[in-house]
Write a protein that binds this ligand. Structure first.
Ligand code: SF4
Ligand code: SF4
Length: 98
């Protein structure tokens, strides 16, 4: 006997989390690639900070890019992709070592 499928209206509602809860969870251990920041090459355009989906680009007290929050960075590589510095980007991606 086949089980009756629920209609959209009968499905239970999913959870809706409050914004900002990701700060409570360290998501960096999902990462397979790691961004490496090179301060010497950085022109502080903040494109990496603007585009990072996990707010994992760190700024110092002068609002200059200072590094990566590896506890939350998922290694997507967007920061490196968006970095405009050429020929060597100020953020490069390397394989994660665990
Ligand atoms: S790799 Fe992705 S999550 Fe990590 S700092 Fe760069 S843009 Fe953010
Ligand atoms: S995108 Fe590149 S040059 Fe711009 S702030 Fe980030 S690391 Fe520095």
């Amino acid at each position: 006997m086949s089980k009756k499928l629920l209609s959209v209206k009968e499905l239970p509602k999913g959870d809706v989390l409050e914004a900002g809860t990701a700060i409570l969870f360290e998501t960096g251990d999902w990462r397979s690639d790691r961004p490496i920041f090179n301060k010497e090459l950085c022109i502080d355009c903040k494109r990496c900070w603007l585009y990072c989906p996990d707010m994992s680009i760190l700024l110092d007290e002068n609002k200059k890019v200072s590094g990566i929050d590896y506890k939350h960075c998922k290694g997507c590589g967007i920061c490196s992709f968006e970095c405009p510095v050429k020929p060597n980007k100020a953020i490069t991606m390397e394989k994660e070592v665990k």
